[in-house]
Ligand binder design. Structure first.
Ligand code: FES
Length: 255
């Protein structure tokens, strides 16, 4: 265990715990954008910054990645930390003025309008990387990644083509904080041609990654609920063989 000072109070914590985790346990609100408790700490957005003092040295650190240390003094709301948070949020407001979580964060910090110093864009991906990290860390599929650098950095399927390793599980869709990744389950994902149409049956389409995946119906209720690619992926990754019956019953029918 270590003891340190958090907003003027002595606090005990397990060694290796981040300042953010301890602050949340203590009921202290620190805003975050790229942090998710099911993912590894990432430290990209910097809205979670706090000011720390160690001896005579003060500095601002990302609370989601910085582990508390014995004797550390932490101020989650110092003027310097708040200024950094505001600066970062103003930049985010300029680039993503219509993203709900950015508008909420800005309102919390008293920012009503995008700062006129910055040119305003209308991008919905805030580059938090949650979709990329969830696909890698939770699912293990590694189907999407960041592409390019600097101002043109974006999340993409390989070469912007259909994501061949995507199993259409939808994890990226659920975790995306701005809901810019779109997914649709359709009764028949066939293609229409001038001379007729191909019937492909129930499909899950993830438009963002150009994926059109075959869906599998539940053995009990017959409702399409998962994808063939996901079933095959789970069978391949399982340490012990999983009977196909186990994988083809929907959560509702499993109870
Ligand atoms: S939440 Fe800590 S850097 Fe993004």
């Amino acid at each position: 265990m270590i003891t340190f000072t958090l907003n003027g109070r002595k606090v005990e914590a397990e060694k290796g715990t981040t300042i953010l985790e301890i602050a949340r346990e203590e009921g202290i609100d620190i805003p975050t954008l790229c942090h998710h408790e099911d993912l590894l700490p990432y430290g990209a957005c910097r809205v979670c910054v706090v000011e720390i003092t160690r001896g005579k040295r003060k500095r601002v650190v990302a609370s989601c990645t910085y582990q508390a240390e014995e004797g550390l003094v932490v101020d989650t709301n110092s003027e310097r930390a708040l200024n950094v948070r505001k600066g970062v949020t103003e930049l985010l407001m300029a680039r993503h003025p219509n993203v709900k979580i950015i508008k909420e964060l800005a309102a919390k910090l008293g920012i009503a309008e995008p700062n006129p110093r910055f040119s305003v864009e209308n991008d919905y991906c805030i580059l938090c990387g949650m979709c990329v990290r969830a696909c890698r860390e939770i699912v293990g599929a590694h189907a999407i990644n960041f592409a390019e650098r600097g101002v043109t950095r974006r999340v993409s399927s390989p070469f912007s083509e259909a994501a061949g390793d995507c199993i259409a599980c939808g994890t990226c869709v659920y975790i995306c904080p701005t809901k810019i990744i779109t997914m649709q389950d359709v009764a028949d994902g066939g293609a229409v041609y001038p001379g007729g149409r191909d019937s492909l049956g129930p499909r899950r389409i993830i438009h963002t990654w150009k994926v059109n995946a075959e869906m599998v119906p539940c053995r009990v209720c017959k409702r399409p609920f998962t994808t063939q690619a996901k079933i095959e992926f789970m069978q391949k990754r399982a340490q012990v063989p999983v009977p196909i019956e186990e994988l083809t019953i929907c959560p509702t029918c499993k109870g």
